[in-house]
Design a protein around this ligand. Structure first.
Ligand code: THU
Length: 151
């Protein structure tokens, strides 16, 4: 599947924002720090990090935090998402979004939404959202405009 073109300046902005966010992660329980960045429809970048909690299920993923930042700033849909974790080293798989975050992205991105991976040193594989979440359920099922058609 073809991944829509992401300009190099936009890719660099996402990478820098997500790498910085990873450094700010609050992960005292898992020690697994994640940063994420979302490029919105206006070309703005919004970052988030994971925020864990002593009541474990209350922890927040980096992607969810980045999407919340986008919504707070008035963004209506995502053009691209980049996730930075510790994966990609020593045969550990690249950090890809958890299932819940894939569904959260679906709210703000269509099947072709590019989802990029990286760690602090290298960039990893790029996927489309439909590769990560095939046959997904989204706003269109409820009669809402698809993310890429929102004003
Ligand atoms: N985590 C994320 O922030 N995003 C993901 O997509 C995968 C998992 C966080 C949640 C938890 O704080 C830590 O990584 C370990 O699961």
């Amino acid at each position: 599947m073809l991944i829509p073109e992401l300009s190099e300046p936009n890719r660099q902005a996402l990478l820098q924002a997500a790498r910085h966010a990873q450094q700010m992660a609050y992960a005292p329980y898992s020690h697994y720090q994640v940063g994420a960045a979302v490029l919105d429809e206006q070309g703005r970048t919004h970052a988030g990090c994971n925020v864990e909690n002593a009541a474990y299920p209350e922890g927040l993923c980096a992607e969810a935090a980045a999407l919340a930042a986008m919504v707070l700033a008035g963004g209506t849909h995502a053009q691209a998402v980049l996730v930075v974790g510790s994966g990609g080293n020593n045969n550990i798989g690249w950090t890809t979004p958890c299932g819940g975050c894939r569904q959260k992205m679906r709210e703000f991105g269509g099947p072709d939404l590019p989802v990029l991976t990286a760690n602090q040193d290298h960039t990893g594989p790029c996927y489309t959202l439909s590769q990560l979440l095939p046959e997904s359920f989204g706003p269109d099922h409820l009669g809402q405009p698809a993310p890429m058609h929102r004003a």
